[in-house]
Design a protein around this ligand. Sequence first.
Ligand code: PLP
Length: 426
Amino acid sequence: MFNDSLEKSDVDVFNAIVSEDNRTAEGLELIPSENFPSKSVLQALGSVMNNKYAEGYPFFRKKDGTVEWDKTGRYYGGNRYIDVVEKLAIERAKKLFGAEHVNVQPYSGSPANIEVYFALLVFGDRIMGMSLDHGGHLTHGHPVNFSGRAYNFVQYGVDEESNLLDYDNIRKMAEREQPKLILSGATAYPRTIDFREFADIAKDVGAISMSDIAHIAGLIVGDAHPSPFPFTDVVTTTTHKTLRGPRGAMIMCKKDFAQKIDKAVFPGMQGGPHEHAIAAKAVAFNEALQPGFKDYARQIVKNAKALADGLMSHGFKLVTDGTDNHLILVDLRNKNITGKEAEAALDEAGITVNKNTIPYDTGTPWNPSGIRLGTPAITTRGMKESEMKTVAELISKAIDVADDDSLLEKVRGNVRELSERFPIYS
Ligand code: PLP
């Protein structure tokens, strides 16, 4: 029974997977946090590395905190080959970002952030992070999230006029609030983040500096966005967005924080690491170390700028009037359609985006005034600036005919034509 193919053993799941494959092949995936990893990454992810328990680390940490790489630090036997891949993942991540220490075990971006707070703070400590409705992530202190419940977050946002981060205001807030940790990074901010300025502010008020680069990690690797290294104390990232790896995360930090971070990840918050995901991270990091990845990262940004220009030429208003990175936030208020309605209409047309609040939105996260889109996944397919013009046109058409199913079906046909010229997994 264990050797049957999925097609034979579970036709319902098999069919859903095939349909999802077709949906992405025929459509345009514009959610900025999504991407298509290579077949090699997926192969490692679906490998026997899934089967092993490996609590602990591929090195032994002595009482004084120093590490011996030739001794095991695992609580289970049989980890010879698991250690090989986890060491490769760590070494490659260090090289990729110039990090002093890396923990590749966090299951995903949210646990990684919580693990940092748990490692370096006590419950109730004050943290500064960006509010969700201005572009921050739930784990940056939203009251419904564990972060906002367990820690005393004070939240900064963007300027009401420019919708940009106002570093003078952030500095004043830091001086007034005296946080223990200052977090930079965002999930819906279309402009460059000045990590140096954030780290300087943190240093000046005696706080730990932390950056969550989940969205832009791939751009940083490709020199398409300034890096928070080497001056930021702790950096978290997911591995499945612009970095084009498996769903997962990692924590990078200065050596001084290494022991505390590792202890917080295991045994503090997690049990057995997902070694199949770690093997896939190692593969993705190797891909990102190749010279071609820089071209890819730069093309993501070129495409986002071209898509932004295209959308503006069709009368769309963009938050901050453009983008510096992979992401575009569209303010739909002049188009007489809500973010929720636009997401649904675009979905019908085979274009996947997500509804999103815009800064100072009068709508709610469930029915906001904007949509968020990005170019990592369509860039992976090989699309360039000229296709971005077409994509902007298709988005505009779909929004114009949002109430008409048969016209949306026509747009869907055009979307399919474009998509099929750029196969994902051929
Ligand atoms: N941090 C940022 C900036 C994110 O955008 C996200 C997810 O979108 C996360 C953390 C959380 O990652 P995950 O969904 O893997 O928990």
